[in-house]
Design a binder for this molecule. Structure first.
Ligand code: SD4
Length: 291
């Protein structure tokens, strides 16, 4: 039995996302459809408080979302950042890739582009998220560092051997309005090279984006590293340089063209991720080796 398709996503909520991605492939979609439909599931789920609808807001109580997509066969990319009132930024990122002359749109311009293309707008702040924001304002909701954000990142390899990758997040809770992390930045939050493989990141964007971590993973695989070793090597690079955010944590998932996978994290006790491979969809956990 072929191991394809192979889909890997960050975090346990990636399981449902993988399921939807696999369903998109089963109904004739390609890897790009899989990534979009899969990530839409996390965006729509109000229980996922770090992606799309129900995401924790910025310091002013407004949910601002970031997302990006990259499609191996054309090396196309689309990205949106700092968009308010939009449930499915991954779909808007795909629209930017396929129906604009640009790669990245931000803020009000992204919103206008979305309106022109018929995207619905909605209040993104749920009551539970508003309550947490108010508690944060009153200083009674002391989230430990690192627990205020969890991006969905997904890499999909379809039956034709093509790869796509996507990322979607509401970013760091209580962030400064206008703050952008790694997730919508091509090479940082996500990267794919259709001849090699793809990778996606989660964690502290302020740190991840300075090391172009997803690009680093793909370049590692290009040089012959396994996805697992490439993820670990990229994180070692970050840790060896990072003085600005010494406790920064990051998680990476990666797939190569052969359908081999890898995942790793640093600055976190463990990193659960979801893998759909050979017809089986499950949550696996990477635990860093003690140093
Ligand atoms: C960010 N990397 O905006 C995203 C958030 C995240 O796990 O991944 N959290 O910095």
């Amino acid at each position: 039995m072929s191991i394809r398709p192979v889909i890997i996503s960050t975090w346990p909520f990636g399981l449902a996302a993988n399921e939807a991605a696999a369903a998109a492939l089963a109904s004739g979609g390609n890897c790009l459809d899989a990534v979009e439909k899969g990530i839409n599931v996390a965006e729509d789920d109000p229980e996922v408080t770090s992606v799309g609808f129900g995401g924790l807001p910025n310091a002013q109580g407004i949910v601002e979302v970031d997302a990006a997509v990259m499609y191996g066969p054309t090396h196309g990319a689309g990205s949106v950042a700092g968009v308010r009132g939009l449930k499915n930024p991954i779909s808007l990122a795909r629209k930017v890739m396929q129906h604009s002359r640009h790669v990245m749109l931000v803020g009000e311009g992204a919103r206008e582009f979305a309106l022109r293309h018929g995207f619905p707008f909605t209040e993104m702040l749920t009551e539970p998220a508003r309550a947490k924001w108010i508690q944060w304002l009153l200083k009674t909701y002391p989230l430990p560092p690192g627990k205020t954000h969890d991006t969905i990142g997904m890499v999909a390899l379809d039956a034709s051997g093509d790869l796509a990758v996507g990322c979607s997040t509401s970013g760091y809770a209580w962030k400064e309005p206008g703050r952008v992390g790694d997730s919508p930045l091509i090479g940082s939050g996500l990267y794919v090279d259709n001849e090699v493989g793809g990778a996606a990141a989660t964690g502290l964007g302020e740190s991840i984006l300075k090391y172009c971590l997803s690009f680093l993973v793909v370049e590692g695989m290009r040089q012959g590293l396994s996805p697992q070793t490439a993820c670990e090597a990229a994180l070692r690079r970050m840790k060896s340089r990072e003085a600005e955010y010494p406790d920064a944590w990051a998680g990476l998932v990666a797939l190569n063209k052969a359908g081999e996978y890898g995942a790793a994290c640093c600055g976190h006790s463990d990193f659960p991720y979801a893998l759909h491979r050979g017809g089986k969809n499950e949550v696996l956990t990477y635990s860093p080796r003690p140093e």
